[in-house]
Design a protein around this ligand. Sequence first.
Ligand code: SF4
Length: 345
Amino acid sequence: MSQVEVAVEERQLLSRLQNFSTQIESSLDSACVKGELPFTEERREPSERYHNYASDLHHPCNRHLTYSWLNFDQRRPMSLDLLWRIKEGREVEARVKRDLGSLGFEIFKSGKSFNWPEYKIKGKIDGTLSLERIEYPVEVKSVHPNYWNTTRTVEEIKNHPRFWINKITSQLNLYLLMGGIPAGFLILATFGKRLRILSMLIDYELGEYDIQKAEIINKHVEAKTLPERISYDSTVCEMCDFNHICQPVKTTELITEVSLEDEADLIKYCDLKDGAVAEFNELQKKLLGDKKKPGIFREKDLLIGDIGVYTKRYTKNQKKCPKDCSLFTYEEIEVVSTSIERIAE
Ligand code: SF4
């Protein structure tokens, strides 16, 4: 066989194999959408809401949450990637339960539901772990490897700049409040790392914040009105299933006037995130700084090439101590947090 004939045969074989791969991928996608694969059976068509769910009440946009009630039928359908992520999350949860159970740390009461009619909040726990005859709620989550180093403690998760991470603590906290249980466990899993098991005490301040959100949403739902949009935040609005009807005004600047030196620093900053601590800290000071000495990009919302600078503003209650600290009060303070990330992260 001549060299040309061999090349033609190889190309034809590759083409047949590629067609076969595409056929397998399409069958998998179709089975996932139809709920025919393990852990995909719960895929639902958008359905009417009668409750705020503990799993998403901490979402940063009350308008999004209100749309989930009033415009449920206009929710954008789940993407295939999201369906696969949900499936993988369920598989991780099942594996964690099986592994802990095999060591005698059985997770009971999977799917037990909690309900708080007063605020129309509802949710189902992943299970309970029993210690000294008390059953503590457990929430199992799989975390993207990019966020593994920023989810080491309950405090890091609570204050995480990404809402899909900080709402994890809020979800468990609502179960604790609804069940009148003082503490629970967060079990985190990620690719290629040992499990992270964090114990968490009930947080009344966080609970108060989420209850107030539920009250705001309930009022809007009753009046059939929508809360104001949040200031445009690409990490929230671009992932929002209702952005096609909300149509938020994008305020992110696509700037061109960042100097080459600053752009190089931004790239280095992203590259160094898991590396040299001293150099990273130095760059952090220069690019972000702090309240007293703001860095170049503090409080900005920008896209520079494939790097995003994101700023979030929110209020939190801070303890204010007079001389006699037992007479403390809370004052509301504004928190501004800016992060620099590669858009793909
Ligand atoms: S697009 Fe943004 S502002 Fe509009 S509902 Fe969604 S998250 Fe809220």
